[in-house]
Write a protein that binds this ligand. Structure first.
Ligand SMILES: Nc1ncnc2c1ncn2[C@@H]1O[C@H](COP(=O)(O)OP(=O)(O)OP(=O)(O)O)[C@@H](O)[C@H]1O
Length: 369
């Protein structure tokens, strides 16, 4: 177990600055998930923490001491890669034992550690198999087992589930939650899958173009995104965005005139907004419903996707370039060509200024209609 602190960490490859002054304090035992679009620097950040690469600026502290001069082994980190990187000619037992044997650990201890890890991961029956005889999920477990036996203080995982099919990903997500609970170790996990981030993290770090956009618990990131990037990156389907202008500012919120011609209310703090200000309204698909609420938008339905328990209904709203999405319950809530009224409460509306910064919302945020 370890706490980790990044102070002004930067990384430059040739002329390209990939990470810019990253500050991040991770407490002992946290499950940190780093999310962001492809190429934003997630893997680079993880490699710097692991000690596989050196930062161009700043410091990385593990348990209060700079780790810049320490090797990965001295840092007490174990890293699991997307590719698993198992030795094909060794069986599962020897793959898992490899690191300990390299460290000249007595063979009795190696056996005990491998067997305990195999039990924890439910792969005892596979110990004599070669990697090629295993499924993707089983290989992933072996790769994790190989890291666990070394009892790392810090566990680093780089997109560990991206090679697995959808069902196995869900199963392995649950396994990671359980492992984190049982190992009680600090875990830093990189993914571009925001469902993994929402379900696994104690805190999420949203990275964009080498900069931290926001750090917070999954619900903080979902309920109070700091800016348009975070708001539209986190949430599936994505938040709907509609341009508008503030018409009036009152004690209980503001009124916004939208490009569609509709006027809607948003529970945004009065001090934040002024009449005439250009804003972007954000409403999540799950906040749009057919039950009457204070705000209404009129949508011409284009595509309806069945999800089983609900439907994603995509359609056009006058003046809005992007299709708007509503998550609607029911057997068949609409079909192509229908014009439907979508309602949402002022409390579920977000507003962003022309720089993309979120305007503070009135507290408490009530549940969406
Ligand atoms: N060793 C390297 N030399 C030069 N450029 C590099 C090196 N490693 C990474 N980069 C560049 O740094 C940027 C960030 O890469 P990184 O792999 O950290 O992104 P990522 O967020 O993990 O992306 P993905 O989700 O696609 O894996 C990319 O533009 C990449 O081309």
């Amino acid at each position: 177990m370890a706490d980790v602190e990044l102070v002004g960490v930067g990384k430059v490859f040739g002329a390209q600055a990939v990470l810019h002054a990253i500050d991040l304090a991770i407490s002992d035992g946290e499950f940190i998930v780093i999310v962001g679009p492809s190429g934003c620097g997630k893997s680079t950040l993880l490699r710097l923490i692991a000690g596989l690469d050196q930062p161009s600026a700043g410091d990385i502290r593990i348990e209060g001491r700079s780790a810049l001069d320490a090797t990965p082994a001295e840092r007490g980190v174990a890293m699991v890669f997307q590719s698993y990187a198992l030795y094909p000619h060794l069986n599962v037992r020897d793959n898992m034992a490899f690191g300990l044997r390299m460290a000249k650990t007595p063979e009795v201890e190696v056996r005990a550690a491998v067997e305990a890890a195999a039990r924890l991961l439910g792969i005892e029956s596979l110990l004599d198999h070669r990697p090629r005889a295993l499924s993707g999920g089983q290989r992933q477990r072996v790769a994790i087992g190989r890291a666990i036996v070394r009892k790392p203080r810090l566990f680093l995982l780089d997109e560990p589930l991206s090679n697995l099919d959808a069902g196995l990903r869900v199963h392995m997500r649950h396994e990671f939650s359980r492992l984190h609970r049982e190992l009680a170790t600090t875990l830093i996990y990189v993914t571009h899958d925001q469902i993994e981030a929402m379900t696994l993290a104690s805190r999420i770090v949203v990275l964009n173009a080498g900069r931290v956009e926001q750090i917070g618990t999954p619900m903080e990131i979902y309920e109070a995104p700091r800016n348009l990037f975070v708001a539209s990156f986190m949430g599936s389907p994505r938040m709907n965005l509609i341009a508008g202008e503030i018409v009036s500012v009152g004690k209980t919120g503001v009124k916004v005139g939208l490009v569609s011609g509709d006027v809607v209310s948003a529970a945004v703090a009065a001090g934040e907004a002024r009449a005439g200000q250009a804003v972007t309204l954000g409403v999540r698909p799950e906040a749009l419903g057919t039950a009457r609420a204070a705000n209404t938008l009129s949508m011409t339905v284009d595509v309806v996707e069945r999800l089983g328990s609900a439907h994603s209904v995509y359609g056009a709203i006058k003046g809005v370039d992007q299709p708007v999405c509503a998550l609607l319950p029911g057997d068949r809530p609409a079909q192509h060509g229908d014009i439907i009224a979508l309602h949402f409460s002022p409390a579920s509306a977000y507003l962003f200024d022309s720089e993309g910064r979120a305007l503070a919302r009135l507290k408490p945020v009530t549940k969406a209609a």
